[in-house]
Ligand binder design. Structure first.
Ligand code: UDP
Length: 382
C-alpha cells in the first residue's frame, strides 16, 4: 500500500517504521522544518548545550517493550528527574516528600509521624471521591501544601481554577512519606545521550520511508494514497468546521548565563505573582557533560491562538463535547486514522505515544490482512 503519514513526531515515525518493515511505501510530511515534533532537541549554537526546543522531556516508563524500542535506536544514560519548587521565598523539594513536609512545617517528623500529621491535621478527609484537581489536593495534602505548590502553579499552567480541572491531572504526581525525591515512579528512566532527534532519525531511517519537511497537509496532498495516518490536530483535519478544540501553548524566554544559573534542571514557581510556571536549565539534563556557559528558558503558559503551537489539550466539559462531535465526524470519514497527542486530543507521555503507535500499526496491518476497513482510531479517545 502507498501510505501518507502527516507528522514526523514519535507517532508518525513509529507507525511509518512498522508499516515500512511490512513492505508498505511510506511518505511522511511535516509542516515544520525539522523532525521530532515537540520532542525535538538540538545543540544550542552558543553554549553547545543540548536544548529541548519545546520544553523539557524526560523519558520514563514501565513498559519494557517501549524501553527496549527506544534503546535500540539510541544510547540512553540514567537520569533521575529531581524537581525543586520556589514558594514564598523558600525552595522546596518536589514531588511532595518527607523533606518537603518537614521543611514546610518546620518539623523533624519520621515517615509514620508525617503520614499521621498530614492525614489527621492537614488532609480534608471529608472528601471521599475526589473529582476535581482541588478535591484531590485537599484530600491528600490539605490546604497549606495545596496553596503553596499546586494552586498558583495550576492556575498559571491551565488558566482556570483547579476546581474546574479533573483530579487526573494531579494524580500524575506522587506524595511520599520518605525522602525519595524522584519525580517519577516508573521502572525505567533516562535521557538520550544525544537528545531525542537522533531517535526519530534512526526510526525513520528505512529504505521504504521518504520524509519531506516544511510541507503543509491539504486534501490535495492526500490524493493517490491508499491510507493516511494523521498526527496533526483532529479539528484541523476537518478545517475546524465544528469549532476549535482548546489548547494551552507555551512561550519561552531565554536566559543566558556564565556558570550555573539555578543548580538544577527544573525549578517550579508556585506563587501566582511570578508570571512563569518554571525555569529549565538544560545543561542539567546531561549531567555527564561539562559546560561553563548555561542557557535556561522561563516557561509561560497561555491560551493557544490560531497561529500558536498547541501543547496541552484542555479537555474540560466544553472541549469534550466538541471532541465527541469530531470523533463522530472521523467515524464517517474513510481512509484516515488519527494518532498521537494532537490527532486524539489527549495529553500523552512519550512512552504512551510509542506504545499506542506500535499497537495502532499492528492492528492496522491486521485489518488490512483481514480485508477489513482501517479504523479512524485504534485507541480509546474520549
Ligand atoms: N503541578 C503543580 N505544581 C507543580 C508541578 C505540577 O500544581 O509544581 C500540577 C500542574 O497542574 C500540572 C500537573 O500538576 O499541570 C502535572 O504536572 P507535570 O509536572 O506532570 O506537568 P508537565 O511537566 O507534564 O507539564
Amino acid at each position: 500500500m502507498k501510505i501518507l503519514i502527516v507528522g514526523a513526531g514519535f507517532s508518525g515515525a513509529v507507525i511509518g517504521r512498522e508499516l515500512a518493515e511490512s513492505g508498505h511505501s511510506i511518505d511522511i510530511i511535516d509542516s515544520r522544518e525539522h523532525i521530532g515534533g515537540n520532542c525535538y532537541t538540538e545543540r544550542d549554537e552558543d553554549t553547545n548545550v543540548m536544548v529541548h526546543k519545546y520544553g523539557p522531556h524526560i523519558f520514563h516508563t514501565d513498559n519494557e517493550e517501549v524501553w527496549n524500542y527506544v534503546n535500540a535506536h539510541t544510547e540512553f544514560k540514567p537520569y533521575i528527574n529531581r524537581v525543586k519548587s520556589t514558594s514564598k521565598g523558600a525552595v522546596y523539594s518536589l514531588p511532595i516528600n518527607l523533606h518537603t513536609i518537614n521543611q514546610f512545617f518546620n518539623k523533624t517528623m519520621s515517615p509514620a509521624e508525617a503520614e499521621k500529621f498530614i492525614l489527621e491535621e492537614q488532609a480534608d478527609t471529608s472528601i471521599i471521591e475526589p473529582v476535581t484537581f482541588e478535591d484531590q489536593a485537599m484530600r491528600f495534602v490539605g490546604k497549606d501544601l495545596y496553596q503553596a505548590f499546586f494552586e498558583g502553579y495550576t492556575k498559571k499552567q491551565w488558566g482556570c481554577d483547579p476546581s474546574e480541572l479533573p483530579a487526573s491531572i494531579l494524580k500524575r504526581l506522587p506524595v511520599r512519606f520518605n525522602y525519595n525525591d524522584n519525580y517519577f515512579f516508573h521502572k525505567y528512566q533516562g535521557m538520550p545521550v544525544e537528545g531525542y532527534t537522533p531517535i526519530i532519525e534512526s526510526i525513520l531511517n528505512h529504505e521504504k520511508i521518504n520524509v519531506e519537511l516544511g510541507v503543509e497537509f491539504s486534501q490535495e496532498t492526500a490524493l493517490g494514497y491508499d491510507h493516511i495516518f494523521f498526527s496533526g490536530p483532529l479539528d484541523g483535519y476537518f478545517s475546524y468546521q465544528l469549532g476549535r478544540l482548546g489548547y494551552r501553548t507555551l512561550d519561552f524566554e531565554r536566559i543566558d548565563y556564565e556558570g550555573d544559573y539555578q543548580g538544577c534542571a527544573v525549578m517550579n514557581y508556585g506563587d501566582l505573582d511570578v508570571p512563569y510556571t518554571r525555569i529549565a536549565e538544560h545543561k542539567h539534563f546531561t549531567p555527564w557533560e561539562n559546560h561553563e556557559k548555561s542557557v535556561c528558558f522561563k516557561e509561560f503558559s497561555r491560551s493557544c491562538g490560531e497561529n500558536d503551537i498547541p501543547y496541552y489539550p484542555i479537555r474540560l466539559v466544553e472541549e469534550k463535547e466538541m471532541l465527541a462531535r469530531y470523533i463522530d465526524l472521523a467515524h464517517s470519514t474513510k481512509g484516515v486514522t488519527f494518532v498521537g497527542r494532537l490527532g486524539t486530543y489527549r495529553y500523552l507521555d512519550m512512552d504512551v505515544t510509542i506504545a499506542e503507535a506500535l499497537k495502532t500499526a499492528k492492528q492496522f496491518l491486521q485489518d488490512v490482512s483481514d480485508g477489513v476497513s482501517p479504523k479512524p482510531f485504534y485507541v480509546e479517545v474520549l
